[in-house]
Design a protein around this ligand. Structure first.
Ligand SMILES: CC(C)(COP(=O)(O)OP(=O)(O)OC[C@H]1O[C@@H](n2cnc3c(N)ncnc32)[C@H](O)[C@@H]1OP(=O)(O)O)[C@@H](O)C(=O)NCCC(=O)NCCS
Length: 165
């Protein structure tokens, strides 16, 4: 008898195939380091259940971000992510959204890695990267090294009431 070891189980083979497919799909993803247009922003936000914001306010938001990326698969917009902050010590990650048809192949991770790379290139030592992990996204952020704060200092926030036009 030749060779050693047992053959991989069907489950292991299936997992390997899925991993290969994901890698192949991810290779097609192109990251552009730029702000999304208002149309791009709204089209991805549409897939979340977050409050929609007026185009004019989105324009102002986008103009005041410090870094953004959009992700494309060929001609199709598949994701985006943004950062606001003071360029030195405090950074806040916002609006990471991946198109529902492209989830779980690593697009979100790719967006986050560009964001972190940018922040690392300008931040001071011990800079702080904050974010709010919306429902169901904690595992995603944990995978990329974010931790839940469990010290005596609690993160707090306040949502302002909608502006009356
Ligand atoms: C959160 C989000 C950006 C993740 O994007 P994604 O491209 O699917 O993420 P990735 O493929 O890079 O995921 C990497 C890993 O994160 C974890 N992860 C991602 N989504 C997850 C989920 N819904 N549940 C559990 N773990 C998850 C997994 O460990 C995953 O690895 P795996 O697929 O090999 O198991 C995407 O689900 C999304 O756009 N959600 C809607 C918008 C949103 O809530 N954004 C977050 C704003 S705070």
């Amino acid at each position: 008898m030749t060779g050693g070891g047992m053959l991989p189980s069907p489950l292991v083979l299936k997992k390997r195939n899925v991993a290969k497919m994901k890698t192949r799909e991810l290779k097609n993803i192109r990251i552009e380091e730029r702000s999304p247009t208002v149309e791009e922003y709204q089209s991805l936000k549409h897939y979340t259940n977050w409050e929609m914001v007026e185009d004019s306010d989105v324009r102002t938001d986008l103009d005041h971000g410090i870094y953004s990326v959009v992700a494309y698969d060929g001609p199709n917009l598949v994701g985006m992510g943004r950062v606001v902050g003071d360029l030195v010590s405090y950074f806040y990650v916002e609006d990471i959204i991946v198109h529902p048809k492209h989830l779980r192949i690593g697009v979100g991770g790719l967006i986050l890695s560009h964001i972190e790379h940018y922040i690392e290139s300008i931040a001071t030592r011990y800079a702080y990267i904050g974010l709010i992990a919306t429902k169901g996204t904690k595992e995603f952020y944990k995978k990329y090294g974010f931790i839940e704060r469990k010290s005596s200092c609690q993160g707090m926030f306040k949502v302002l009431k909608a502006r009356i036009q």
